[in-house]
Design a protein around this ligand. Sequence first.
Ligand SMILES: [Zn+2]
Length: 425
Amino acid sequence: MTLDEAIEGRRDELIALTQDLVRMPTLNPPGRGYLEICEYLRDRLAPSGFAVEMVRAEGAPGDSDKYPRWNVVARREGVRPGECVHFNSHIDVVEVGQGWTVDPFGGEVRDGKLYGRGACDMKGGLAASIIAAEAFLEVHPDFAGAIEISGTADEESGGYGGVAYLAEKGFFDPARVQHVIIPEPLNKDRICLGHRGVWWAEVETKGRIAHGSMPFLGDCAVRHMGAVIAEMEESLFPALAEKRTEMPVVPEGARQSTLNINSIHGGEPEQEEDYTGLPAPCVPDRARMVIDRRFLIEEDLAAVKDEFRAVLERVAARRETFAYELRDLFEVLPTMTERDAPVVEAVAEAIRSTLGTEADYVVSPGTYDQKHIDRIGKLHNCIAYGPGILDLAHQPDEYVGIDDMVDSAKVMGRALERLLGVEAG
Ligand SMILES: [Zn+2]
């Protein structure tokens, strides 16, 4: 039997497995049902000879006795030592939101599509990788090396209770794992090489409180913040739009530096919703803004920060009483795996031979768990590859195409053959 035939023969099983996974509402936040889904994956993989470890990320952000951060790591050894290929999928899904016409946790199948929250992002990819591995084990029982499959928590909230924790514990040590495929929904003919960088910061402008009827006796922090935004419009946003990257980011609009103002707040705190009185007349003595700056592999994080500080300094030069604080909140460096890395070449070849098309190389505008494998694990031979259309992620009526899952399982299986050095079956 060939690997393709073994995977085709598992089509119904692939559907049933994806349905089972979708029917577990592993919502994050707060991080529901991690133990249940990890136990399910353990019970699924152990009969195929996987040694399974359950790892709770104790003390990680979000971990509590009510919502423990469970992860599962399964490893199947071949008959001889060799390289290890690891498939990593996050098991959490984001909130359901409004606008669904099907049961978000029903796993309904209609017109070749399987519906549900997480069907696309990324339980369909997880199921495809399991089916690929099981078919590979049937066709190549005497392979050398190892296959690992992990289901990890909290990707949607930063991955600190998931891949980051496992990487700190050595699960992504290049001595243990050599190739990583993350079956995120990038589409079956695309290889995602990495992502842009992130810098979140909070800027605060200072003022002095006074009675609102005599604002000249105070100093308005909101007007100072207004001047900051005006300066950003004047000099920063045009400069960011000029910075273009060689990274093949999709969508195209993200092939430049971007900055989002996540939130802004100034003046007295907002009252409780049931407060029926009027606000008090005060000059705001404090305004805060959270910025989300996404930067390119060609940019240096220190320069990104300096560029923003220069905006504030230009405002300071014009406004006598201007005072500010700038606080770092979060940062991730950009990452991009080389096109000639072994896992990239193996998946590109598998796409070519399975789908008869050349792989499209892309980079994600936002980050995903590759950052932890790269930065903490020091494992650079890592990509995202999996079925599903990224635009559907986090949307109502999210679905994954069943043919796409089967095709990408075949690609994953062929990549296994190439990376583990077995004759194609
Ligand atoms: Zn995802």
